[in-house]
Design a protein around this ligand. Structure first.
Ligand SMILES: Nc1ncnc2c1ncn2[C@@H]1O[C@H](COP(=O)(O)OP(=O)(O)OP(=O)(O)O)[C@@H](O)[C@H]1O
Length: 224
């Protein structure tokens, strides 16, 4: 079974078609990179896969479940239980400490909100000293790590990461990517990263280049 399967998938923003993908799949347990220029629709597609956006037609399946057959509540449940989404702008809750952002992620994912579990994660993320800090007291790299921890603390089977390295220098980009790979491997999860960061391209064996499928100019075909 594939972690993500797209067939004859068309996505829109409002009335504007973004792209049409004849077929693409990410096998379970593997790592994929979705690339394409700014504004081509990478975030839109990640949000469709996560069940946050339903502006698509065709078939989009996550771990064998067709999203079009689920209502909003079913998509929310699928995301809560099986998907970890790392937003491009982190979306950390500014009024909560780092520790409480993680505990909230654990609770939303149905894993309770144990302090020990959150502290264990903060240790793995190298953020134990920042447990009582608020997001506005963190660097970009630290915020990225909190966002990763919050998305992964409930052990999702599919990890979706939106531009996780683009705002980071080489050293931080490398360490964030290493963290994503090691956590995905440790949890037996599949990983789909959306990025136009060419530094990370060669590290993925499965690639979806959205440039090949843009609605305008006319579609070309091709899976890289
Ligand atoms: N809420 C929205 N309302 C209207 N248009 C939107 C909205 N969100 C995105 N768009 C438009 O949809 C298109 C795709 O946006 P999207 O954010 O998915 O692209 P992207 O490839 O992720 O871009 P980037 O690499 O810059 O993050 C863009 O042209 C954008 O302007």
């Amino acid at each position: 079974m594939d972690a993500v399967s797209l067939n004859d998938l068309r996505c829109w923003q409002g009335n504007r078609p973004l792209f049409a993908i004849p077929h693409w799949a990410l096998p379970q347990g593997e790592y994929g990179l979705m690339s394409g220029p700014s504004g081509c629709g990478k975030t839109s597609l990640l949000h469709c896969i996560a069940g946050l956006d339903s502006q698509f037609s065709g078939q989009l399946s996550v771990n064998g479940t067709a999203l079009s057959e689920l209502g909003q509540r079913g998509r929310d449940r699928l995301r809560g239980e099986h998907i970890g989404l790392i937003f491009q702008d982190f979306h950390l809750l500014e009024g909560l400490t780092v520790e409480d952002n993680l505990r909230l992620g654990s609770w939303l994912g149905g894993r309770g909100q144990s302090r020990a579990h959150a502290m264990d994660w903060l240790d793995r993320l190298g953020l134990s000293d920042q447990a009582r800090h608020y997001p506005n007291q963190l660097s970009q790299g630290q915020k990225q790590r909190v966002a990763i921890g919050r998305a992964l603390i409930h052990a999702p089977k599919l990890i979706l990461a939106d531009e996780p390295t683009s705002a980071l220098d080489d050293r931080n980009a490398e360490s964030v990517l290493a963290l994503l790979f090691s956590e995905a491997a440790g949890q037996g999860a599949s990983l789909l990263v959306a990025s136009h960061d060419n530094r990370i391209r060669d590290q993925f064996s499965h690639r979806l280049a959205l440039d090949a499928y843009l609605a305008e100019p006319a579609n070309r075909s091709g899976q890289t």
